[in-house]
Design a protein around this ligand. Structure first.
Ligand SMILES: Cc1ncc(COP(=O)(O)O)c(C=O)c1O
Ligand SMILES: Nc1ccccc1C(=O)C[C@H](N)C(=O)O
Length: 426
């Protein structure tokens, strides 16, 4: 499509946008009495207005029913988490029995490592990405130490090539083949939090399996952002947080996926708890652990219903729209934002570079812009003018237009603010 950097063009695109009406279902913060231009849905999604009702319902039932709410609330609490299986499975391309919600992301990765990382002297290495989100690095280091190993021996980071911003899938696969029989696990972010790069999850999963390793994915930046086919790709496990693209609110529960092929593996270790116990028999208070069928058998505690409530509101919205429509709009708005940035750079000679891969298949909604000259001052200017982006050291601004609530006109407007900012700082 031929884009134009004009308000008229942006308005025309908004008028044609099949998802335009969803914007009014979100609450926007205000700066200078004006709704902000929100580009940080990749970090914390906006509040869906429906979430308030879902939370209020739980509060009301709690007040009026107290303990009876576990079984008699309109949406009973004892199996509230099961309401996610169907809609969430569609979002991540899984069978309903393969997904559940529980804990938070890093905790879920630790829980899944119990099942999928049991090193032996012959097979103990983990392949991950260089400069993964720090929580993932800390999780891996402490897991490896927990098994009495030295992270320097056990963790193999795939590096970017000299002068390149993104990882190459072929380098990850070559590293998998090089580590070969020693490789126990591949665990990488499906989308890198810093660059927004989408990896070839299918090919990497296949390569890991070929050498006999398990392959898991951190989908913090992928779930609700891009179309996934976890079941078909044969991933062993995955986990994601719900508060970014899925708008479930700060610190809300994490989702996880465990491939069907592992569900009946009685040898597989897991850390149990009564919510993972056979659902029909959970309240019989039996002494011996008998896990639920499927991903539900990886549960441990009862999950915070107040944390799940906004997530349920949001997941139902995703279910009504479908990832296909979301992805179609995402590709268009991301391309338009990049076009606007490049137009402004050309017009006034701004020295910035989009480091997210150009290929549509290798990006989701996030664009990471490396500011060679303007730096932190430009970021501060944008924030003051009501453009909410985020800053990552040493000089990257991450921005993600979100199909459910970003307008083309927002991006045009952003371009004008960006231009003013750069000119005023020169
Ligand atoms: C890739 C990645 N991993 C892990 C985390 C940590 O998530 P949590 O604090 O929910 O454990 C985040 C975001 O905070 C993330 O982006
Ligand atoms: N949970 C948070 C708490 C405080 C500040 C940021 C976060 C994030 O989620 C950051 C996110 N992982 C990111 O890539 O932006």
């Amino acid at each position: 499509m031929l884009f134009e950097n004009t308000r008229e063009f942006a308005k025309k695109m908004d008028a044609r946008d099949p998802l335009a009406s969803y914007r009014s279902e979100f609450q926007f913060p205000k700066v200078n009495d004006k709704e902000v231009i929100y580009f940080t849905g990749n970090s914390l999604g906006l509040l869906p207005k429906a979430a308030k009702k879902y939370v209020d319902d739980v509060m009301k039932d709690w007040g009026e029913m107290a303990v009876e709410g576990h079984f008699y609330a309109e949406k009973p609490w004892w199996d509230y988490h099961e309401r996610f299986s169907k809609p969430l499975s569609k979002i991540v391309g899984a069978l309903p029995s393969e997904v559940t919600v529980m804990n938070t992301l890093t905790v879920n990765l630790h829980m899944l490592m119990v099942s999928f990382y049991n090193p032996t002297p012959q097979r103990f290495k983990i392949i991950c990405e260089e400069k993964a989100f720090p929580s993932d690095q800390y999780m891996l280091q402490t897991q490896v130490k927990f098994h009495g190993l030295d992270p320097k021996d056990a963790i193999v980071e795939v590096k970017r090539r000299e002068g390149e911003h993104n990882l190459r899938n072929e380098d990850i696969i070559a590293k998998i083949n090089e580590v070969g029989d020693l490789l126990a696990l591949v665990l990488i972010g499906g989308i890198n939090y810093y660059t927004g790069q989408v990896l070839d999850m299918k090919a990497i999963t296949e390569a890991g399996h070929k050498v006999g390793a398990y392959v898991g994915w951190d989908l913090a930046h992928a779930a609700g952002n891009i179309e996934l086919s976890l079941h078909e790709w044969n991933a062993d496990f995955a986990a994601w947080c719900s508060y970014k693209y899925m708008n479930a609110g700060p610190g809300s529960v994490s989702g996880c996926f465990i491939h069907e092929k592992h569900h009946n593996n009685k040898e597989m270790k897991r850390f149990g708890g009564w919510y993972g116990h056979n659902k029909q028999r959970r309240f019989l208070m039996e002494p011996e652990y008998d896990p639920n069928e499927g991903a539900l058998g990886w549960q441990s505690s009862c999950t915070g219903v107040l944390a799940m409530a906004p997530y349920l509101a949001s997941v139902e919205m995703f279910d009504a729209i479908g990832m296909k429509a979301i992805s179609e709009k995402r590709d268009l708005i991301t391309a338009y934002l990049e076009f606007v940035i490049k137009e402004i750079a050309t017009e006034i000679g701004g020295n910035f570079e989009v480091i997210t891969p150009e290929n549509k298949k290798e990006r989701g909604s996030q664009l990471s812009v490396l500011l060679h000259g303007e730096g932190r001052k430009l970021f501060d200017y944008l924030m003051k003018e009501g453009v909410i982006v985020d800053w990552r050291e040493p000089a990257v601004i991450r921005m993600a237009p979100v199909p459910l609530y970003t307008r083309y006109e927002d991006m045009y407007e952003f371009g004008q603010i960006l231009k003013k900012g750069i000119l005023s700082l020169q």
